[in-house]
Write a protein that binds this ligand. Structure first.
Ligand SMILES: Cc1cc2nc3c(=O)[nH]c(=O)nc-3n(C[C@H](O)[C@H](O)[C@H](O)COP(=O)(O)OP(=O)(O)OC[C@H]3O[C@@H](n4cnc5c(N)ncnc54)[C@H](O)[C@@H]3O)c2cc1C
Length: 204
């Protein structure tokens, strides 16, 4: 087996609009389009249909709104990236490999609470370890910086995936829990929507 599609992702409406104003998304980064499982071949149909819709909606939004540069957030992002370039004891490239291995072993095809909780525990430790990344100061071809930026996002996303998988105590579509092998429509016919500080459930 191979990992070839994620069912969860950014929440969008039918025009690819996300919860951030004027930010549109389409394709595999989005969740909800395929329900709990994706039929073979439908990922490419998804990219074409929602790519077109999101493209039109984004073009219309550009026509309707005036572009405003937010220098404060650009400077804040520049500072964040520059602050990563320092000596530390953790190699981001090794951390990326560890995240991939951990997610494959404990959060992939057959899931159970014990493995999911072990994965969550390690990911929370890793979130702390992100403060101690060893990143080169080169401004060109800086693989350790690119990987550091990736692992920061990977840890965050993996925590969301694992928390949702722990919460969903049933099996549905591509989410198979060997400790809860049945589908439970009464309790779980709904999507899990995670925000920065809260979790809510959306009826399907
Ligand atoms: C092995 C395998 C087999 C598959 N087989 C099929 C199939 O037979 N039929 C089917 O329908 N689907 C199939 N899929 C799924 C389908 O290919 C994907 O769902 C689809 O390609 C996703 O397209 P996308 O444009 O949303 O994302 P992607 O194709 O992943 O594109 C995202 C792009 O964003 C770029 N990117 C990432 N981060 C950044 C960044 N920070 N800045 C700038 N760029 C960035 C990436 O480099 C990439 O080019 C398969 C997938 C795999 C892995």
């Amino acid at each position: 087996p191979t990992a070839h599609h994620h069912m969860g992702g950014v929440r969008i409406n039918e025009d690819g609009q996300t919860s951030v104003e004027n930010l549109f998304a389409c394709g595999e980064v989005c969740g909800g389009v395929h329900g709990a499982n994706r039929l073979g071949g439908n990922a490419l149909a998804d990219t074409q249909v929602f790519g077109r819709r999101a493209g039109f909606a984004a073009a219309l939004a550009c026509d309707l709104s005036e572009m405003q540069y937010n220098f404060t957030s650009v400077e804040a992002e520049k500072d964040r990236i520059e602050s990563l370039m320092k000596e530390g004891s953790i190699d981001p490239i090794e951390m990326k490999k560890e995240i991939q291995q951990l997610m494959w072993e404990k959060v992939s095809i057959v899931r159970n609470e014990q493995n999911l909780k072990a994965a969550l525990e390690r990911l929370i430790e890793m979130k702390e370890e992100l403060k101690d990344l060893n990143v080169d100061e080169r401004t060109q071809f800086n693989e350790s910086l690119l990987t550091a930026l990736e692992v920061i996002n990977m840890v965050e996303i993996c925590i969301l995936i694992v928390k949702s998988a722990i919460l969903r105590r049933e099996s549905r579509g591509a989410h198979f829990r060997e400790d809860f092998p049945e589908t439970n429509d009464e309790l779980w016919k709904k999507s899990i929507v995670m925000g920065p500080n809260k979790i809510r459930f959306a009826k399907r």
